[in-house]
Design a protein around this ligand. Structure first.
Ligand SMILES: O=C(O)C(=O)C[C@@H](O)[C@H](O)[C@H](O)COP(=O)(O)O
Length: 355
């Protein structure tokens, strides 16, 4: 595969942009190594599988490597503090460079550490899961969770570069692969009909992790995301479309103590609920909800809400898109099109989707 590249030009400073490279190997980072101390934040499992090759191909000699725990529940204030102390103990300074080597949990944590350590240091994203390659490594949303709310403490902090190596998807377990596919389906169903149809017609190839299909899909998602982030870096409006399925998805993750469901699984259930709300408020046809559900279920993703409506109603007010009087939902009147609707708060899910 020849490599693919995209730029993410951030407004209102169009001169400032960073690249996303999609390759079948780890990109060389020699240029960085010679100039500054490098600190890698990763997890045992991914580092055992890919760490040596990464250091060799990237030509890196890190000052130190930090192993985070595996799972969304490690995106916590405790881990955040431990990493800050580790950086200080290992001599990291303002010129140091952090490298997030792993999935979305590593990327969100490393990004937030980079945003705050000594008031901000540079970082690179080297995403190794499908979810992080198509979504979380791009756009600079960094955050950690509170017990009562997902991604509640964070910052917008763009990476200097996103280096995607498709080869790492070969060792991703089935459940995490499917979870990444949920975010891919989000881009298609809510933002790009052509992509959604491609996913439907190439589902077998994608289930078999065909590299050229994956390269196409990852490039398409990154292209959509970079266009949106370039216009609305700090989510003053447009960017919230990327939250399709997340409003209820985040409640599900929190309800499961960030352990029961992977982020992508919660988003899969949240998207079907949001599609049902879309049918109620914007007339999305039921046959289109079935298309969404079939595609998600093809990848063995859950699609029925696992929690009482009352829990959704109780926690939805903590969503970052909520105000005192409404909850903002991304709805889909037709596949590939989206709208925001503000539903009154206090919220009653049963009014939009029958029990
Ligand atoms: O980048 C964004 O903007 C997104 O909303 C992408 C989401 O898929 C992602 O999960 C994001 O981290 C959720 O953001 P949040 O603001 O709802 O915490």
């Amino acid at each position: 595969m020849s490599s693919l590249s995209l730029d993410v030009p951030i407004a209102p400073a169009p001169s400032w942009s960073y690249r996303i490279d999609i390759e079948d190997r780890f990109s060389s980072l020699c240029g960085y190594s010679s100039k500054r101390r490098i600190y890698v934040i990763t997890q045992e499992n991914i580092w055992r599988l890919w760490g040596d090759l990464f250091l060799q191909q990237a030509c890196l000699e890190p000052a130190s490597v930090y192993m985070m725990g595996d799972g969304e529940h490690y995106k916590s204030l405790e881990t955040f503090e431990a990493i800050q102390n580790w950086l200080l103990a290992h001599g990291a300074n303002r010129q140091s460079l952090l490298v997030a080597f792993g999935g979305g949990v590593v990327g969100d944590m490393a990004g937030f550490v980079a945003a705050t350590y000594m008031r901000g240091v540079d970082y690179l994203q080297v995403p190794t899961t499908l979810l992080s390659q198509v979504d979380s490594s791009v756009g600079g949303k960094t955050a950690i969770n509170l017990a009562d709310g997902k991604n509640m403490v964070g910052a917008f902090c763009q990476p200097r570069h996103v280096h995607i190596n498709l080869a790492t998807l070969s060792t991703l377990d089935k459940r995490n692969y499917a979870a990444g596919m949920a975010e891919v389906i989000k881009y298609g169903f809510a933002m790009d009909l052509e992509l959604f149809e491609y996913l439907e017609s190439h589902r077998e190839e994608l289930a078999n992790r065909d590299k050229s299909c994956l390269a196409h899909v990852i490039y398409s998602c990154c292209a959509i995301k970079s266009r949106i982030v370039a216009q609305d870096e700090k989510e003053n409006g447009l960017r919230a479309v990327l939250n399709f399925g997340h409003t209820i998805g985040h409640v599900i993750e929190r309800w499961g103590d960030y352990r029961r469901y992977l982020h992508g699984e919660a988003v899969a259930m949240g998207m079907v609920a949001a599609a049902r709300i879309s049918a109620h408020v914007r007339g999305l046809e039921h046959v289109q909800i079935d298309r969404l559900q079939n595609l998600l279920e093809f990848f063995a993703l859950p699609t029925s809400l696992p929690l009482p409506f009352s829990v959704v109603n109780q926690y939805i007010g903590k969503d970052k898109k909520s105000s005192d009087t409404f909850v903002r939902f991304v709805v889909v009147p037709q596949p590939g099109q989206w709208e925001f609707v503000d539903l009154p708060f206090p919220f009653a899910l049963e009014e939009y989707i029958g029990e």
